[in-house]
Design a protein around this ligand. Structure first.
Ligand SMILES: Cc1cc2nc3c(=O)[nH]c(=O)nc-3n(C[C@H](O)[C@H](O)[C@H](O)COP(=O)(O)OP(=O)(O)OC[C@H]3O[C@@H](n4cnc5c(N)ncnc54)[C@H](O)[C@@H]3O)c2cc1C
Ligand SMILES: *[C@@H]1O[C@H](CO)[C@@H](O)[C@H](O)[C@H]1NC(C)=O
Length: 452
């Protein structure tokens, strides 16, 4: 049986080669190779959901495959840990599945290793049969309008990283000493940010939001949050669950201009069901606000959030002393076309909105569930390639050849057992503070706990 493909290796339950004498004829020798070295070494870059779902599929469907997951952060799980909002703990349950995967004896987590800096992709390609790049999508670094360098202008991603304990955003400490914040973007991340700003502090205290963020949010003066979109109410990108959470936020009221919503119900008769239900809820909230007791004191609510449509940022306006943001100039847009594909074009009119904080979010869309399908598919294609002999045939050293490289370069990889020490400490500290966990953010403290 020539080792043309990986099929025979994959299904070989026993290393039959052990029965062969090393001095056997050439055919026997080839067979020895094909059966002794039947272990495919696969490298996954990034330990977010895409990386973990790919690893899960590979380990499940190939009885010998070994998977190393490289991660630039000290800790695993990517945006499940550093993106998903602290008041959505149920979304983070996927971590249990990822932990099971990491516990496989054929899987290893190699944290604190930045691919492209500490080790190159070509070095990984030499060491492994296949390298899967699942390192997520970096945020755009800039908003691209004048005034964006002013204090008080932040990327939503950095703000999210800050309240979620991402070490590189640890020192962000936004100044919440203003009454109005404005968020550019009308997706779920925008609503996450608005919700975190407006949620009563006693509710946030029960989440895994960092102690540092709690301290700043406790002093927050922010009373109003505008959520601004380039297009109209039929093009918003957030989903109904997140909208409902906004509508039900305690001690906050919705500021929706009825004129934005009149007549919308007629336009969505043919729309897909999710868009229809979302729009119905928006229309109902804008046009039929609860009256009397049901209003639940909302009209006197101390805080508010609102949606502004057909507005595109032109310029951040400075305070008189030029020291921070005082407002934003927005271009008034109109729609060309309709439905999901409608394009926003400038009308020529502008509007200035006073605000002490501006956030923006530009990043590819997608949710954890999409990464599951993509990860499983990637795993499947990779196994097919192995089977069909498309990938390198013959032995590969895997981590044993990368380890000395990292060592020479002074890189200290963190294992999954190391992470579990940090995890235990976070849970213990959290329990003491009455929350699910207190995320560690200080790299030095992490280093000490791991005992490197
Ligand atoms: C603020 C925010 C909130 C979200 N909330 C939700 C939600 O509630 N529900 C939901 O379903 N989805 C949510 N999402 C979307 C979800 O987080 C993503 O779809 C998902 O995390 C993408 O998975 P990924 O593995 O592709 O990327 P990531 O989760 O980004 O993982 C990529 C990993 O690769 C690592 N990496 C990057 N570069 C390197 C390198 N050079 N070397 C080694 N490692 C590297 C990163 O550190 C990271 O750990 C949210 C996204 C954001 C931004
Ligand atoms: C991570 O690696 C760097 C070197 O790249 C090292 O200085 C640091 O101590 C390591 N962190 C941990 C927690 O091991």
């Amino acid at each position: 049986m020539a080792p043309r493909g990986w099929g025979c290796w994959r299904w070989a339950a026993q290393p039959r080669a052990r029965l062969l004498s090393p001095a056997a004829a050439p055919l026997g020798f080839r067979q020895l190779l094909s059966t002794v070295e039947l272990v495919p070494h696969i490298c996954v870059v990034g330990s977010g959901p895409a990386g973990f779902y790919t690893a899960q599929h590979l380990l499940k469907h190939h009885p010998q495959a070994r998977v190393d997951i490289y991660e630039k952060q000290v800790v695993p799980f990517g945006l499940v840990r550093f993106g998903v909002a602290p008041d959505h703990p149920e979304v983070k349950n996927v971590i249990n599945t990822f932990t099971q995967t990491a516990h496989s004896t054929r899987c290893a987590f190699r944290g604190n290793v930045t691919v492209g800096r500490d080790v190159s992709v070509s070095e990984l390609r030499d060491a492994y049969h296949a390298v899967v790049l699942s390192y997520g999508a970096e945020d755009h670094r800039t908003l691209g309008i004048p005034g964006e360098e002013l204090p008080g202008v932040l990327s939503a991603r950095a703000f999210v990283g800050w309240y979620n304990g991402l070490p590189e955003n640890h020192k962000l400490t936004p100044n919440l000493n203003c009454d109005t914040a404005l968020i550019l973007g009308q997706g779920n991340v925008a609503l996450d940010v608005a919700r975190i700003l407006l949620t009563p502090i006693e509710l946030l205290e029960k989440t895994d939001i960092t102690a540092d963020a709690l301290r700043v949010l406790r002093q927050s003066q922010v009373k109003r949050v505008w959520i601004v979109g380039r297009r109209g109410p039929l093009q918003v990108a957030f989903t109904i669950k997140e909208l409902r959470e906004m509508i039900h936020l305690p001690r906050s009221q919705a500021l929706l201009d009825p004129a934005d919503f009149e007549g919308l119900e007629d336009l969505i008769k043919e729309a897909p069901r999710p868009r229809k239900r979302l729009t119905e809820l928006l229309v109902q909230t804008a046009l039929k606000p609860p009256k009397g007791e049901k209003a639940d004191g909302k009209a006197e609510a101390p805080r508010a959030w609102g949606l502004r449509f057909l507005r595109s940022p032109l310029k951040v306006l400075p305070s008189p002393d030029g020291g921070r943001v005082a407002g934003i100039r927005l271009a008034v847009m109109k729609l060309e076309g309709s439905g999901e594909n409608a394009q926003a074009v400038p009308t020529g009119a502008v509007e200035d909105v006073p605000c002490g904080l501006v956030w923006w979010f530009k990043s590819p869309s997608g949710v954890i569930a999409t990464t599951m399908n993509d990860g499983f598919l990637t795993g499947q294609v990779l196994l097919q390639d192995l089977e069909e002999g498309v990938l390198p045939i013959g032995p590969k050293p895997g981590y044993s050849s990368i380890e000395p490289l990292l060592k020479n370069r002074g890189v200290q990889p963190v294992s999954f057992e190391d992470w579990e020490k940090l995890d235990a400490e976070e849970v213990a500290q959290g329990q003491a503070a009455g929350k699910p966990r207190e995320k560690l953010v200080d790299p030095q403290q992490m280093l000490q706990l791991i005992g490197h």
